[in-house]
Design a protein around this ligand. Structure first.
Ligand code: NAI
Ligand code: MG
Length: 805
């Protein structure tokens, strides 16, 4: 006779399989062969590729590989459907999104099983996480559709959007893409990943049933080339991509200068930071969710475990004990923790990286039990003795592999956490709220979870910093990715004058007399050697070249220095030195400095107006207006400095998600040619107000308002390095900024060629760009200032803080 306790000890798990019957009958209905869903109908199947269940290695269906002609047809269908869809009343679109949410819920079990069979992830996850979040996403965005006109007044749909998604959360990524696009009134062509096309096809049926008008949603399957055809299609207005940083970089380059709006959600190597006062048992469960959720194939997986030295040994022991109890097996078994890796090629990649970790000297540990040998399975894996610079500590493994490193002080933990080109997510574990909220803003990541991990919700934005991409998905911040300013830009009144003045580069010493305007007394003018403004000081340019600034009537107004690559590098260095403490200055403090600049500018208003008139020939009245608006604009951003609040998102947990607007960092700014003073202030002031340091390239034709401005800055308590000004050849200089890894964003206002070059060069470190050739009325308060500028100057960090016992 055994006791109950003994029985519990010896009990084994029996199989608890979820039935695949419904899925098999759905596949059977389609004879397991699929065309694309274009213009509200299924196309005839074309050239087919196999869809595999990675848990069994069996082919479960075949789908059509999209050709360029298929993409053309889908884009044409989306274009044709756009006017009507975009023109619907918000409430009508809200009803459609609501119907999609309902449709997903109605078919939730079918979708969960299908997802599990196609991807290999466990039914526990698809049933309890993926599919419920998909429905939640459509409900939430039905709300944004309803509120579009009031909450996004002055904005409208972008048009036809191309969306390319990965295989790790196939239907969830579809929802993250489709829901906001539809809510804002766009029409869509979406390409699922080649490993996991099936739930998107099932979704197409659900959308069809829900009565989504033909052409509003088009699903085209295929490989990378099909994706590339969407990216390169001339009639697509926006690309949204989730996937590898490598492909993200290709897409950034391919869309450069095309005018397509772009959002990228790329890879990560997210830190999971454990301080010594953390509750270690909670930490262990957190780690399970961070790195063994979805077999670690999660862009925001907590794949680097950073542990404070004093508790490292205890935590590793607890982790190994827990790993011993994890269960890997058939994804359809309801009692399984981990399913299969998506495809053999990914399995090989994981094996290769683990092998490399071992050969680079780290200690590898896996549980004693064995994985199923049929299908693509890989056991949970833990590395200790890892060097921060080693491959496994730097490269995204995208599998169930955790690397552990230790730190001593909180300061060290931040340095270690940020020692990555990525910046997607982070988890912070400590019982001290002080410590948690001190560390969260210091981590370069778009999402931070406090004593929790992998929390997602449609109301909270998700997205990265740096090589993890740009743009946010979810919440209000995600909606901005799918709208654009509604009113056609009025042509600025100064447009016809831009570029009239000739500019010749020559050696300064060769023409000393030309350095300033002729003196009325007939005496030789006092030579003013033009300089740059770097690190709070007027600095001589690296080379002695200057540019002669000539008025429209041919009078030499003055000279400006010709900055070069080295000057830009010095300016970026100065900006970096200033960025951290400027970001930490209070909004009130930054506002005070902007007011002070306005004050000092106003005392010299007449002088600036004269200078502007001399350079541009715009007339005294217009010149005065430009100075007046510049002063007002400084006031606008002084006002905003302590008012550009974040939000507390209403997420369905006991806790809050704090959406903080953080400065981007160091921003390179190439000013428009027109409005030499106002253009500069309109861009530099919002960047400063929100805590960024800038390197500004002023108007190329009329730079002297900027060089005169140095002394205004010098007398206004602007900390050294917060704003740096380098005059010269705009396109040459901005290219240096765009290629510079120390610059986090580049703004370019100018000609289309410059836009293209800027966007291309920005791919090096995937920096954010705001580059436009559209004309803008800088004098106008709608067009020339406001939230659009503040959004460009900030990025949203969502900090999740659960509370309660
Ligand atoms: P991938 O980036 O190649 O695939 C993502 C999507 O992009 C797929 O739909 C694919 O067909 C498409 N695609 C591929 N080349 C394209 C191109 N030139 N133009 C347009 N679309 C293109 O990722 P892959 O090869 O599946 O996985 C490789 C690695 O990427 C993984 O090991 C992982 O490290 C990372 N990855 C990261 C993801 C994330 O969520 N951040 C998701 C998937 C992969
Ligand atoms: Mg598959």
């Amino acid at each position: 006779m055994s006791t109950v306790a003994e029985i519990f000890q010896t009990m084994e798990y029996g199989p608890a399989p979820e039935s695949d019957k419904e899925v098999l009958s759905w596949l059977g209905k389609h004879e397991r062969v699929f065309g694309h869903y274009i213009g509200g109908a299924w196309t005839e199947p074309g050239q087919l590729f196999d869809v595999m269940n990675p848990a069994t290695s069996k082919v479960i269906a075949r789908v059509t590989n999209g050709t360029k002609a298929d993409v053309d047809a889908a884009v044409a269908a989306a274009r044709a459907a756009l006017p009507e869809w975009k023109g619907l009343a918000p409430h009508a679109r809200a009803r459609f999104l609501y119907a999609l949410a309902r449709g997903v819920q109605k078919h939730s079990r079918l979708l969960a099983v299908l997802e599990s069979m196609d991807n290999g992830k466990s039914i526990r996850e698809t049933r309890d996480i993926d599919i419920p979040l998909v429905a939640r996403h459509f409900y939430h965005h039905a709300g944004w559709a309803q509120l579009l006109d009031s909450e996004f007044a002055g904005y409208e749909a972008i048009g036809v959007v191309g969306q390319i998604i990965p295989w790790n959360f196939p239907l969830l990524m579809l929802a993250w893409k489709i829901a906001p696009a539809l809510a804002a009134g766009n029409t869509i062509i979406l390409k699922p990943a080649e490993f996991t096309p099936l739930t998107a096809l099932c979704f197409a049926e659900i959308a069809h049933e829900a009565g989504i008008p033909a052409g509003v949603i088009n699903i085209v399957n295929g490989h990378g080339e099909t994706g590339a055809a969407i990216v390169e299609h001339a009639d697509v207005d926006k690309i949204a991509f989730t996937g590898s940083t490598e492909v993200g970089r290709i897409i950034r380059k391919a869309t450069a200068g095309s005018g397509k709006k772009l959002s990228l959600e790329l890879g990560g190597k997210s830190p999971f930071i454990v301080y010594e006062d953390a509750d270690l048992d909670s930490v262990v469960e957190g780690v399970v969710d961070a790195i063994w959720f979805n077999q670690g194939q999660v862009c925001c997986a907590g794949s680097r475990l950073l542990v404070q030295e004093g508790v490292a040994e205890r935590l590793v022991a607890k982790l190994r004990a827990r790993m011993e109890k994890l269960r890997v097996g058939s994804p359809l078994d309801k009692a399984v923790d981990m399913g299969a890796i998506v495809a053999p090629v990914q399995l090989e990649r994981i094996r290769g990286l683990v092998q490399q970790g071992v050969s680079e000297g780290a200690t590898m540990w896996q549980p004693s039990w064995a994985c199923p040998t049929e299908g693509c399975f890989y056991p949970p894996t833990l590395f200790t003795d890892v060097q921060p610079s080693s491959t496994i500590a730097q490269v995204e493994i995208f599998g169930p592999v955790l690397v552990t490193m230790t730190f001593r002080t909180p300061e060290e933990s931040v340095a270690l956490a940020n020692n990555t080109p990525y910046g997607l997510a982070a988890s912070i574990w400590t019982e001290s709220i002080n410590l948690a909220l001190d560390i969260a803003p210091k981590i370069k990541a778009g999402v931070v979870w406090v004593n929790s991990t992998n929390l997602f919700d449609a109301a909270a934005g998700f997205g990265g910093y740096r090589e993890s991409g740009f743009g946010r998905e979810g919440g209000r911040e995600g909606m901005w990715e799918y709208v654009k300013r509604a009113h056609g830009r009025r042509a600025p009144k100064s447009a016809e004058r831009a570029g009239v003045a000739g500019a010749a580069v020559h050696q300064a010493s060769a023409t000393p007399a030309a350095a300033s305007a002729p003196s009325s007394a007939g005496l030789p003018p006092i030579d003013r050697t033009p300089k740059l403004f770097i690190g709070g000081k007027q600095a001589r340019p690296d080379q002695g070249y200057t540019r002669r600034i000539v008025s429209p009537s041919g009078v030499v107004v003055g000279e400006s220095p010709e900055g070069n690559r080295k000057d830009i590098r010095n300016a970026v260095e100065a900006a970096h030195a200033a960025a951290k403490s400027w970001a930490r200055a209070t909004g009130h403090n930054r506002g005070q400095i902007l007011y002070y600049i306005a004050e000092n500018l106003s005392t010299r208003a007449r002088e600036f107006a004269t200078r502007i008139d001399e350079m541009t020939g715009c007339g005294a009245r217009r010149a005065k207006q430009e100075v007046d608006v510049s002063i007002s604009r400084l006031f606008t951003y002084a006002a905003w400095a302590d008012k550009y609040d974040g939000a507390v998102h209403s997420v369905p947990i006991r806790g809050v998600a704090i959406a903080m607007n953080e400065p981007v960092g160091v921003i390179g700014v190439a000013c428009p040619d027109e409005h030499p003073l106002l253009g500069l202030i309109s861009l530099a002031a919002p960047a400063m107000a929100t805590g960024n340091a800038t390197v500004v390239i002023p108007s190329q034709s009329f730079p002297l308002a900027a060089t005169d401005f140095y002394s205004v800055l010098e007398t206004s308590d602007v900390p050294a390095g917060v704003i740096n000004i380098v005059t010269g050849d705009k396109d040459a200089l901005v290219k240096v900024l765009a290629e510079h890894d120390g610059v986090e964003a580049v703004w370019y206002f100018g000609a289309r060629d410059g836009v293209r070059a800027t966007e291309l060069a920005s791919a090096s470190n995937m920096k954010r760009t705001w580059a436009t050739w559209h004309e803008r009325d800088w004098l106008d308060a709608d067009d020339g200032e406001g939230r659009e500028f503040l959004r460009a100057a900030t990025q949203v960090k969502n900090i999740w803080v659960p509370y309660g016992e």
